[in-house]
Design a protein around this ligand. Sequence first.
Ligand SMILES: Nc1ncnc2c1ncn2[C@@H]1O[C@H](COP(=O)(O)OP(=O)(O)OP(=O)(O)O)[C@@H](O)[C@H]1O
Ligand SMILES: [Mg+2]
Length: 598
Amino acid sequence: MQLPLPHLREFFSAISLYKKFYIIGFTGSLIEIITNLFGPWSAKLIIDNIMAAGTHKDQLIPFLVRISFFLLSLGLIRAWAIYLQIMYIEKGAHLIAKDLRNKLYEHILKLPFSFHNTTMTGDLMSRATSDVNSIREALGFGVLSAFYCATYYIGIILVLFYINWKFTLITSITLPILMYASIKYRDRIDPLYEKLQEEIARFTTIVQENISGIRVIKAFFKERMEIERFKRQNQVLFDTNMAIIKLQAFYHPLMDFLAAISTGLILFYGGKEIILGRATIGLLVAFSGYLSMLIWPVRHIGITLSLFQRGDVSAGRVLRLLSEKYLPDSGKVEIKPERVKGEVRFEHVYFRYPDSEEPALEDINLVARPGELIALVGTTGSGKSTLVQLIPRFFDVTSGSIKIDGVDIRDIPLATLRRLVAVVFQETFLFSASIRENIAFGKPSASFEEIVECARLAQADEFIRELPNGYDTVVGERGLGLSGGQKQRIAIARALLMDPRVLILDDSTSSVDQETEIKIHRALENLMKGRTTFVIAQRLSTVKKANQIIVIDRGRIVERGTHDELLSKDGFYRRIYDIQWGQTELLLRELSRERSGI
Ligand SMILES: Nc1ncnc2c1ncn2[C@@H]1O[C@H](COP(=O)(O)OP(=O)(O)OP(=O)(O)O)[C@@H](O)[C@H]1O
Ligand SMILES: [Mg+2]
């Protein structure tokens, strides 16, 4: 049998970390309950005393003053007790949530590419926000309310039995029905809450994707379509909420009515007892007072259980995320980055993406000697990006090995490896921060001079100085406000600052003007100097200079050699060359012939 709340349980241990706050909160609860229990009993005392006093009612004044003072003090104590509960239990729960958010965020950032590739950002966001909130509510208000309900219930029952056990038994008739209704309610409402959580995740994903992808939406004039998609999901959210509200609207009055039956029964029976002289009016009033108090925890238990249930669903989702594995990082070979020569060796490397059937790379063997430039050429989807992404271990090889200076990259601590290997991505991402901070991202300790020097080498210094705030200009998310070529040069400066031994350029900015093109080219030349470089080149000039050109087709190396060797082979490379650069070459040749003709 499965224990109740299998997932939420895992978080109960967090409570013990902050047990001080919980103990104070529970003590507050206990004090509040005790003060509440005095209420109906005081009413009984007043009524019975007035009834008993007969014609000498003026003698009762001192008694009334005393009891009023007593109740007033109780009120003060209760206020303080309520303060303790809210303050301390909520503090404990919020501290647990804070720790959990930190832990989750750290975990999400540490998870490998294979995870991020297949996970929706909105889903991650909703786990880090709304799921953590549900857990917090369960561990805060839920736990408090469970303690409160149980203690309150037991306290009232004890008092009722003490007052009159017969009355107690009679009123207990409807209690099982009330409890049954409360549990039934929970059974029906819980799946809806679960659905609500999923729909919120879907909703967040739509909003997040649309805001991130706003440029694509606008470019394709798809605002209408996306607004409709949003509206549909918003409607689903509304419908789910309405289904919950309908259940609440049905069960709450039903439970209220069941409680009224109890009260009716006791008034009837109690009235008879008074007539027969076996009970006082005060007793009956006190009794029905306690009875109405009893309904509260019984009704509340449903809400409490559903808080737990919701917390449990969220805990499950959070735990699943927390159980995602990191890339193994047990490498112990500490190599000094500055001593690394930069030989990169692929030995029988096979690679398959986690959810794919087909291998993306098969039997890759190559050696890049220190300082060499290796150009990867191949049709789209042939596996070029995949190949280079294995070097910084964005993914691990399925079999075979990759070695830097003879050391398997899996034996090098990840932190060292990522320092050794820098990547300039196909798509440049800049943070919404100043340009200076963006360049210094990998090395925040860098001096301003170093940053400027790297920007200069990256051919970026000039345009940065022309910006309104120079290096302190804040660029928007994804570098909005800068051109593609400018962004790329900032990314190059960022990589330069790291002074990597191995450099990877997944380079596809072919759509910049001639001048920028020349600048980027110069920037890259500076970047490649003295480093082993893998470049997925779109520029023929780069490919021509390469020490080795690796031609990839469908995940296999089909040709290798220098530009001249491969051209003369008349094979795969020749064909790619003809299609991709042949025309340009011809044009350039004609152009230079014309010019020299002038
Ligand atoms: N994250 C991924 N999960 C599953 N399959 C992938 C993933 N990324 C790429 N692939 C597949 O692996 C193969 C190689 O892709 P890769 O991105 O390496 O090609 P490429 O040579 O870089 O292409 P391009 O020139 O268009 O950039 C393709 O069939 C692609 O569909
Ligand atoms: Mg690619």
